[in-house]
Write a protein that binds this ligand. Structure first.
Ligand code: NDP
Ligand code: 2IT
Length: 445
């Protein structure tokens, strides 16, 4: 790392102790930014990096609620409003027991650059709670969401901060959150949340957008080697919103997705995952992948283990951070891997990224490859602002244009900085310069 940046990085790490994931995200970005500061010493003079690493605002609050047995439960809620240089804070809410400030900050930090890369007018933020929705009734989830919003409502707004979904937060949760916001504020402020239901202000394609976008980005990377998804053997991790829609899109382009996973195990389905059945088991019944395996029949279900043991030509990690380590990356490379498109945020460890890059595997980092979700959220905001709703075809066309644009911008930036094919460098520099320019223009705030 550039020595000037190293000193700033050390200060950032020291003043945010114990936030391992945030440290990882910061270090990865800083490693790309040396050459930018050679060209733009004004960024150093204006302390752009120091300011970027310090969220504009961090909110931590108590979320009390009662479970179905009448017992009082207490969770912790977070919203980190990281950077508003390009637009209102924008980013999802994650409900998962592992959530703590370090996770929310890594996600919010990544979101700044991701949102800049989309070319849409959105700043970066993220939030969530250590609430675990798994095994909770609809009534419990509703009471939790209502309590969460009873604090959050005062911090958000169409022009201020616009949350959406992430792990554990989908259409059901956004519905309860929106209902409570509307009730407290007495405003039908559609643009305050994205990922809404289609009949009450949501956008077509938003549910599919992250997974679809990841595959579109990966397809663009494959094209640079004269390849496509057709006949690729694909492994996807996770079986949630992003994973299911990545599987659907990859298979629609002629790939065979032979495996996917959840936190309990993975399934190998050599004839290709049955997306309709997977949707029914996961989205309608809120079941487990094991249930899919039982209903599908003739497939292998592995309890525990690593889905990355399954050989593939394309890997799409779509579950969670640090789920693919150096050893898994080496196994995948040994098995003939061509490309990785990150549907999740930071799913590959730093070791894994190094293994992929040294082996010449096409590697699309999450902040570029999974930007289709937030980009379509921005399209939802556009539709809300103009009180309009677009067709599926039109919205998907916009998503495709945006993903191809992100790919091309990352590729062109990597080339401009002398490292053609390095999408990590391209994404970090491309996103950073846009935000840094805006921060410079807006003065010391
Ligand atoms: P979902 O809650 O719909 O699905 C998450 C999936 O990942 C589930 O299969 C879950 O398994 C698995 N998973 C979650 N945590 C772990 C863990 N600690 N270990 C192993 N498996 C785990 O979330 P999404 O699909 O929305 O999100 C997946 C990833 O994509 C996240 O990294 C998210 O930040 C990222 N992302 C999401 C976007 C969106 O629009 N939703 C946009 C951009 C990125 P189980 O059910 O067993 O917990
Ligand atoms: O990580 C992400 O980009 C998301 N969870 C989606 C954020 C959004 O505002 O749609």
């Amino acid at each position: 790392m550039d020595a000037r940046l190293e000193a700033i990085k050390d200060t950032v790490l020291a003043r945010n102790p114990g936030e391992a994931e945030f440290h990882q995200a910061v270090v990865e970005v800083f490693e790309s930014l040396g050459p930018v500061h050679d060209r733009h010493p004004e960024f150093l003079e204006a302390a752009i990096l120091e300011r970027l690493c310090e969220p504009e605002r961090q909110i931590i609050f108590r979320v009390p609620w009662t479970d179905d047995a009448g017992r009082v439960q207490i969770n912790r809620g977070f919203r980190v409003e990281f950077n508003s240089a390009l637009g209102p804070y924008k980013g999802g809410l994650r409900f998962h027991p592992s959530v703590y400030l370090g996770i929310v900050k890594f996600l919010g930090f990544e979101q700044i650059f991701k949102n800049a890369l989309t070319g849409m007018p959105i700043g970066g933020g993220k939030g969530g709670s250590d609430f675990d929705p798994r095994g909770r009734s609809d009534a419990e989830v509703m009471r939790f969401c209502q309590s969460f919003m009873t604090e959050l409502y005062r911090h958000i707004g169409e022009y201020t901060d616009v949350p959406a979904g992430d792990i554990g937060v989908g259409g059901r949760e956004i519905g309860y959150l929106f209902g409570q916001y509307k009730r407290i504020t007495n405003r039908y402020e559609s643009g305050v949340l994205t990922g809404k239901g289609i009949s009450w202000g949501g956008s077509l394609v938003r549910p599919e957008a992250t997974g679809f976008g990841t595959v579109i980005f990966t397809q663009e990377m494959l094209k640079t080697r004269g390849a496509s998804f057709d006949a690729q053997r694909v492994v996807v991790s996770g079986s949630g919103n992003v994973a299911i829609n990545a599987i659907a899109k990859a298979q629609s382009l002629g790939a065979v997705v032979v495996a996917c996973s959840d936190s309990s195990g993975y399934v190998v389905d050599e004839s290709g995952i049955d997306v309709a059945l997977l949707r029914e088991v996961k989205e309608v019944q809120r079941g487990r992948l094991k249930d899919y395996a039982e209903r599908r029949g003739g497939v292998t279900y592995v309890d525990g283990g690593s889905v990355w043991d399954v050989d593939a030509t394309v890997a799409l990690p779509c579950a969670t951070q640090n789920e693919l380590d150096g050893a898994a990356a080496a196994r995948l490379v040994g098995n003939g891997l061509l490309a990785v498109g990150e549907g999740a945020n930071m799913p590959s460890t730093r070791d894994a990224v190094a293994v992929f890059q040294e082996a010449g595997v096409l590697f699309g980092p999450g902040k570029a490859a999974n930007a289709g979700g937030v980009a379509t959220s921005a399209l939802e905001m556009q539709q809300n602002a103009s009180r309009d709703s677009w067709s599926f075809e039109h919205t998907e066309e916009r998503l495709t244009e945006i993903m191809v644009g992100i790919h091309d911008r990352c590729a062109a930036t990597a080339e401009e900085y002398g490292e053609p094919g390095n999408y990590v460098l391209g994404a970090n520099i491309g996103g950073f310069v846009k935000v840094a320019d805006a921060m410079l223009a807006q003065g010391l705030i």
